[in-house]
Design a protein around this ligand. Structure first.
Ligand code: G4P
Length: 534
């Protein structure tokens, strides 16, 4: 059944109130600050500064994090839940650095919307654009927050034009900034005819709202200094004439993004953005799967793993699989079927992430993200159901673009190294190939920095110094097809053959010419640059 007002299915209230989203941005645009303010308003933390402070504490505990700190990047993603108004928000954190985009892409399969944060002085930056393209592939609804308006920023029309042009999406102003830089006093709420005034003296104070009866209301002049008022009136009039009107359906379809202007650090515009996510960010959506889609309102529980994080606490060597609930009402202790192995799993210690604390999740609804501690059974792309053999699709695996050989500093520790590498392969942090001839492993990643993170994590989590060295290979292709044909191919190309962490056969080479030759000589074999996560 469709709700006539929103054109969305009518869902049970507990599901309908969920908003599961990620923030996409270029490093430094203000994602951490905005997250912190979300949590502050959501009551998940008491004081600004805690996300960062907890981040620091976490960093000192586990160690690749030293590198993270040095470089000022965030490589671990997690999920946070908080309530605001009648909504339950599930914010899935995405790592910011482009070398971790694999992880980010997969994270985006677990959300129903994205908040795009841009810096008002810098506009659309490279990483924002890249992430936006991924959202577009899935037609994810996007809400935009233009941050740092308390600083000198670009002209509002210019910012909007840039987004429209660079990202090919309609932009509709939900708010209009009044003044720039030092003169910035707040926004005119275009949707509700309200003035939102920023309090510069108190960074944690929520903006004062003043109801206005349209742009002719004399009350405007009482609050907006004369030198800003004329410009505001002129700009809002122009914006209403020239820019598209908010069309909630177009937002849901990913063709239009509403934009709010604010200053996260001054807590300004954040509440309006949250209300916007509540009003326009979609409720949990249908999940693509095979042999059939999963609808959130289905009574039976289904969920899928989009991320695995190992050694969150090095003392316990645990692994947490992050599961997006796709349907139903999950209760702690439920037995679910792990579809890949067809085995039942009792989910007795699921965790919810409130700010950066973990709590036992007594229940979860479609849209929620829970963490399931496990010993390696759960892998990225796995589906959990109440028995039905159904598999969530669309979780990407990326072609490794850089290959290097890895060796343990101490050759006696080869087994340890293998264990560490397998774990990272299962986490989806790298592709690991064991050549059929010779010793050592070949590791494939998407970005150079991933090698450094791996080396650092292997050393810290397994006490094993390792070296990455140039490999004689530059490309990897998964081989599939008829078994006899594969055997023939493998025997004739032993020096190019390796197995990945699942034991699947991979052809390694440095020449496109070799790949073309295989395709020609073995027409029944299929060579693919990626393997769907399953
Ligand atoms: P990120 O997660 O997207 O990388 O950005 P983050 O929130 O860490 O913000 C990057 C920098 O921008 C931080 O300054 C932060 O304080 C600042 N910032 C965030 N929002 C605003 C805003 O609305 N206005 C202004 N003027 N600055 C803002 P930093 O100096 O790098 O860190 P810190 O010393 O403040 O912690």
């Amino acid at each position: 059944m469709l709700d006539t007002a929103t054109n969305q299915p009518v869902l049970p209230p507990e599901i309908a109130r969920r908003r599961t989203f990620a923030i996409i941005s270029h490093p430094d645009a203000g994602k951490t600050t905005l997250t912190e303010k979300f949590l502050l308003y959501g009551g998940a933390i008491q004081m600004a500064g805690q996300v960062r402070a907890k981040g620091e504490a976490r960093r000192t505990r586990s160690d690749f994090m030293q590198m993270e700190k040095d470089r000022g990047i965030s490589v671990s993603a997690s999920a946070m839940s908080f309530d605001y108004d009648q909504f339950r928000f599930n914010l899935v954190d995405t790592p910011g650095h482009s070398d971790f985009s694999e992880d980010t892409y997969r994270t985006l399969t677990a959300v129903d919307a994205a908040v795009m944060v841009i810096d008002g002085a810098k506009g659309v930056e490279s990483q924002t654009q890249k992430l936006f393209e991924v959202c577009r592939l899935r037609d994810l609804p996007i809400l935009t927050f233009c941050n740092k308006m308390d600083r000198e920023s670009r002209d509002t029309f210019e910012i909007i034009d840039e987004i429209q042009e660079m990202l090919a999406i309609d932009v509709t102003p939900a708010a209009w900034p009044i003044g720039v830089g030092r003169d910035f006093i707040g926004c005119y709420d275009m949707l509700r005819d309200r003035l939102e005034l920023m309090d510069r003296a108190d960074r944690n104070k929520v903006a004062e709202s003043i109801e206005i009866n349209g742009l002719d209301d004399p009350k405007l002049a009482e609050h907006v200094p004369e030198h800003l008022l004329d410009k505001l009136l002129e700009e809002v009039e122009m914006a209403r004439e020239l820019l598209p009107k908010l069309d909630p359906q177009a937002v849901l379809e990913g063709h239009m993004t509403p934009i709010w202007f604010g200053s996260a650090i001054n807590s300004f515009g954040v509440k309006e953005l949250m209300e916007g996510i509540g009003a326009y960010g979609p409720q949990p959506q249908v999940q693509s799967a095979e042999p059939r889609q999963i609808a959130p309102e289905e009574k039976k529980v289904a969920g899928f793993v989009f991320k695995v994080q190992a050694n969150m606490d090095p003392k316990h060597r645990d692994r947490v699989a992050f599961v997006r609930m796709a349907s139903g009402h999950f209760k702690r202790g439920m037995k679910l079927t792990h579809v890949r192995s067809k085995k039942p799993m009792a989910i007795s210690n699921p965790v919810l992430f409130l700010a950066s604390d973990r709590e036992l999740a007594e229940e979860a609804w479609a849209g929620d993200i829970i963490g399931i501690p496990n010993h390696g059974q759960l892998r990225i792309g796995d589906t959990l159901t109440e028995g039905e053999a159904i598999r969530v699709t669309g979780i990407p695996s990326f072609a490794p673009e850089l290959l290097q050989t890895v060796r343990a500093g101490d050759p006696m520790k080869a087994k340890h190294l293998e264990k560490a590498l397998m774990q990272f392969a299962e986490e989806g942090a790298a592709k690991v190939f064991k050549p059929s001839i010779g010793s050592g492993f070949i590791v494939g990643v998407v970005g150079q920095l991933q090698f450094e993170v791996l080396a650092s994590r292997i050393e810290m989590e397994y006490g094993l110094p390792v070296r990455f060295e140039a490999s004689q290979f530059t490309s990897a292709r998964w081989v599939s097809g008829d078994k006899a044909e594969i055997d023939k191919f493998v025997n004739a190309n032993k020096q190019h053959i390796a197995n990945d962490h699942d034991g699947d056969i991979v052809y390694l080479t440095r020449l496109q010419w070799d790949i073309d030759r295989v395709v020609r000589d073995y027409p029944d074999l299929k060579l693919t640059a990626t393997k769907e996560m399953m």
